[in-house]
Write a new protein. Structure first.
Length: 292
């Protein structure tokens, strides 16, 4: 029975340790990434934030691909997407390593003790995105750091939602709200930078926002709109209405809404139609005058 139990446990592994080691460009530590085996997830619903939910299975339990997406140095807690970590410029690496003590203190103040040596738990997954937000502050405009901070903040919010569901009452709901609002601010800034040529967001290979499907720059505009609706400030009613109206017009132009267009079929169009209706409802507008 003991031998069988060990075999079953081995077969139920959802991750493996990559063969090749990685040298941290910030602190020179060597480590190996934890990778997710293929075929371990069972896709569920898509939320209004374009977050893919996954259904637990009897074979693998609850598997969250987001947990393993970022490269994190277990020594200095430098974190970034794979390519950006591997190609970290020397000046960026120097700035990141100088921030090590503050970065570790900051992330552990939110998430408690963390260990990136052992297989990641949900808490390390959420923390990895907060670490990336801190590290991308040091990157140059060529990698579109504002958008990547926004995407990391949104993903941190999603995983904090799940932490709250697993461990209610530990302030993860508060953290999720903070991260979601920060994502709103950063997505909006990234779009403005794209429009003014400061950062080329639309040129990025992957714009997510999740790991299952790339919704491109249209997805970025949609996410900005949904976050503005759900998390935008409510102290200044006129400013809120202006922001929501701008989002509504952007969504209408992008998807041809108000013209009954079917040029962009698929889940993003369905979500955009729903967002458009929700924006109109809050603005108490009945017209479809967004095509001018």
């Amino acid at each position: 029975m003991g031998m069988l139990g060990k075999a079953e446990a081995k077969d139920r592994k959802v991750t493996f340790t990559a063969k090749d080691s990685i040298r941290c460009p910030a602190c020179d530590a060597n480590f190996r990434r934890e990778e997710l085996f293929s075929g371990r997830v069972n896709a569920g619903d898509l939320t209004d934030e374009l977050h893919r939910l996954y259904v637990p299975t009897q074979a693998w339990g609850t598997v969250r691909p987001l947990v393993y997406e970022l490269t994190v140095c277990p020594s200095c807690f430098a974190a970034a997407w794979k390519h950006d970590f591997a190609t970290m410029p020397p000046k960026v690496a120097e700035a990141i390593v100088q921030d090590t003590a503050n970065r570790i203190e900051s992330v552990q103040r939110v998430f408690g003790p963390l260990d990136f040596q052992d297989p990641r738990r949900l808490v390390e997954g959420a923390a990895s995105y907060y670490l990336a937000m801190l590290c991308y502050e040091r990157y140059g405009k060529d990698v579109a750091p504002t958008f990547k901070q926004g995407n990391a903040s949104l993903r941190a919010a999603w995983l904090c939602d799940e932490l709250e569901a697993e461990e209610p009452g530990k302030d993860y709901a508060w953290a999720a709200a903070i991260f979601r609002n920060k994502a709103r601010v950063l997505y909006r800034a990234a779009i403005e930078y794209e429009q003014h040529g400061r950062e080329q967001v639309s040129a990025l290979r992957w714009l997510g926002p999740d790991t299952d499907k790339n919704y491109g720059y249209e997805g970025v505009l949609y996410v900005s709109g949904i976050l503005e609706l759900k998390c935008g400030q409510r102290d200044d009613e006129a400013a809120r209405r202006a922001a929501l109206d701008a989002s509504k017009r952007t969504i209408a132009r992008m998807f041809g809404l108000g013209k009954r267009s079917k040029s962009k079929p698929g889940p993003l169009l369905d979500k955009a139609r729903d967002l458009y209706d929700r924006l109109k409802a809050e603005l108490n507008q009945d017209d479809d005058s967004d095509d001018e």
